[in-house]
Design a protein. Structure first.
Length: 259
């Protein structure tokens, strides 16, 4: 016979449930599967099972999740299936004092989150594997700036910041330090001493360097070609004379003869 006719013959000749008015095939002890389940639970195959609806919270103390199976929530039910027991409810990795570990804002209790106040902070924390720095030190003034603050658009401060808000990445001090490595204190001391060529004090100074080493288009200097801080007029004069010592000596001699 084919499979279809074989199954029909087996179903027709199979033993039926011993309970009257039940035509289902016998499963065990001469009863069908529903009657056997009733006998296994209540001791009587005719006593209907009293199933309680899964309503209300989980029966584990402290857990307010909705009930799913066996009077437990889905998490505790899966825990019981894996380990065979239900452990007491507690947040083992909860944030300290209920503050977000990324931005420091309070974690809303209705958000059902443990360490983060929002999904954005959770994404930031997951990208850094939980090792996102909490502060940085400004390279210019040494101020410690918190990385938990936010911009006007709500985004967190980037972790690669090196300047505080007062110094700014586009300030003259920041650009001077980034290009020449001169700190604000060193520049202020040079301004107080004045230009070493014309002896003027209180004027803006420029870094004079050897153009044959680092050209004018190179943003960051190597540090070995820097010759000193001089005023703008002297710096332009040296540039117009092409840093030629002989030309400068000839110009000085010319001035001596004509004055």
């Amino acid at each position: 016979m084919c499979r279809r006719h074989y199954q029909e013959v087996q179903a027709a000749t199979a033993q039926r449930c011993s309970i009257e008015e039940c035509d289902k095939p016998a499963h065990s002890r001469g009863w069908c599967s529903p009657h056997y389940s009733r006998w296994h639970s209540t001791g009587d195959p005719l006593t209907p099972l009293k199933r309680q609806p899964n309503t209300g919270p989980c029966t584990v103390d402290g857990c307010n999740e909705p009930m799913r199976k066996r009077t437990w929530c889905a998490s505790h039910y899966n825990q019981w299936r894996r380990t065979g027991e239900v452990r007491p409810f507690r947040y083992k990795w909860a944030a300290k004092d209920g503050l977000c570990v990324v931005c420091g804002e309070p974690v809303p209790k209705e958000s059902k989150r443990r360490k983060h106040c929002s999904g954005a902070c959770q994404t930031v924390d997951s990208r850094t594997a939980g090792k996102r720095p909490t502060h940085f030190t400004c390279r210019l003034c040494g101020t410690v700036v918190s990385l938990r603050a936010r911009y006007e658009n709500g985004r967190l401060i980037r972790t690669d910041m090196i300047w505080c808000r007062s110094c700014g990445r586009d300030s003259s001090d920041a650009l001077r330090y980034k290009r020449y490595g001169i700190t604000p204190d060193e520049y202020a001391a040079a301004v107080e001493r004045g230009c070493p060529i014309c002896k003027r004090t209180g004027v803006k100074l420029h870094l004079d360097h050897d153009h044959s080493c680092c050209g004018p288009r190179k943003f960051r200097l190597c540090g070995k070609c820097a010759r000193g801080l001089i005023c703008g007029n002297c710096n332009r004069a040296l540039g117009l004379m092409r840093d030629d010592v002989n030309a400068l000596e000839a110009a000085a001699a010319y001035l001596k003869r004509t004055t």
